[in-house]
Write a protein that binds this ligand. Structure first.
Ligand code: AMP
Ligand code: MG
Length: 361
């Protein structure tokens, strides 16, 4: 495994053998550390479903007055609210109603929705347009939209791609803080799929902290955020999955997380193949086509799960050359896992390497 420090590869066989893994999309967290599956401290464990996937929360050494039912109600209530604001699968969500509202008019919007749209528009600029929340028509055209259960057998016509490209562009979206509102200046529609899960994780973390939890790990469908220490009193351990659909839940590397979030974007779980070519669910706005480079996955650490999620998608679009250069410029800890003829290779930013050496056992 080129580039993987010896200390980490030493840990990997142990991870596979001894740990109970919770496999997710690209990342999974490790319930206990090697050789000790019995936590030393109490753990409060909650799980549920949201956004078409699962959520889970672990609180280590929970405060004495923290009641499980109250935490569950608060988390579930908050996730229902996030969905009612941001889901494109719910025609009654605030975002769906905005997408159906007249073009050119300010649409009153909740500050929580604006927070995610503002971050998305900022990321659009920072990534030179690679991250774009108006790509819904192209996502649908390539068979990855709501309701698309079956992978397409043939590819869309180039004319259809051109026509869909003409209907997208995040530069046609504006936000206003006071009074809070959203506006589109052309008939684009918004899709927050690449960033809303991360925001949901941040929202769960807020609820846990509001009830006094200081040591926790919160997760939705593979986007995670951790704070404090785990059940054994050491930083929460997160496994970066081998990017291969036939080897789900196998850890390539473990990372210790203290006060940060981590997200992974990649094509190895959500893709289809036509004539031997892989088509990823990540669309390059420059071409209107699924990204077609050598990225198997990209993992991003950030203090905010929303930003980790958004950046992971953006860097996946940019590919390893441009993505790594931008990550260095933005001082982001990131890891690309790349397909090579001879197997998998990887490239990481200086900040990621620093995190790795800090969190090595
Ligand atoms: P993620 O798994 O977070 O990388 O998000 C992937 C999802 O984001 C896709 O299924 C699409 O709905 C949407 N998407 C695809 N390409 C882009 C892009 N370039 N910018 C923003 N969202 C995208
Ligand atoms: Mg994302």
């Amino acid at each position: 495994m080129p580039g993987i420090p010896a200390s980490t590869s030493l840990r990997t066989p142990c991870l596979r053998r001894r740990m109970r893994l919770v496999p997710l999309l690209g990342l999974f967290w490790l319930l206990a550390a090697c050789g000790d599956e019995t936590p030393d401290r109490d753990i409060l464990a909650l799980d549920g479903r949201t956004m078409g996937t699962t959520w889970s929360v672990r609180v280590a050494a929970p405060p004495a007055d923290l009641r499980e039912a109250e935490l569950r109600n608060r988390i579930q209530g908050r996730l229902i609210r996030v969905n009612s604001l941001m889901s494109t699968w719910d025609p009654q969500s605030q975002l769906s109603r905005f997408n159906a509202a007249p073009v050119g008019e300010w649409f009153p919007a909740d500050p929580e929705l604006l927070h995610v749209v503002d971050a998305s528009l900022r990321l659009h600029r920072l990534s030179d347009g690679a991250f774009d929340i108006t790509l819904g028509p192209l996502v649908d055209l390539w068979g990855f939209g709501p309701g698309a259960d079956v992978a397409p057998e043939s590819l869309p016509d180039p004319e259809a791609v051109e026509a869909a490209l003409a209907t997208v562009g995040a530069e046609h979206v504006e936000t206003r803080a006071d009074p809070p509102a959203l506006r589109r200046t052309a008939p684009v529609r918004l899709d927050l799929s690449a960033i809303a899960k991360g925001h949901g994780v941040d929202a769960m973390a807020e609820e846990i902290e509001a009830l006094g939890g200081t040591d926790y790990l919160a997760e939705i469908g593979g986007e995670l955020r951790a704070r404090g220490l785990n059940g054994r009193g050491v930083p929460w351990q997160v496994g970066i999955e081998v990017p291969d659909p036939s080897r789900r839940g196998v850890a390539r590397e473990a990372l210790g997380l203290e006060a940060s979030a981590v997200a992974t974007s990649g094509d190895y779980r959500n893709f289809f193949t036509v004539d031997g070519v892989r088509y990823s669910h990540t669309i390059d706005p420059a071409t209107g086509r699924p990204v077609s480079h050598d990225v198997a996955s990209v993992t991003v650490l950030h203090e905010s799960a929303m930003w980790a999620d958004g950046w992971a998608t953006a860097l996946n679009v940019l590919g390893s050359e441009r993505g790594l250069a931008l990550a260095e410029e933005q001082e982001l800890p990131i890891l690309f896992i790349l397909y090579r003829k001879e197997g998998l290779d990887e490239r990481s930013s200086a900040r990621f390497d620093a995190h790795r050496s800090r969190s090595a056992p």
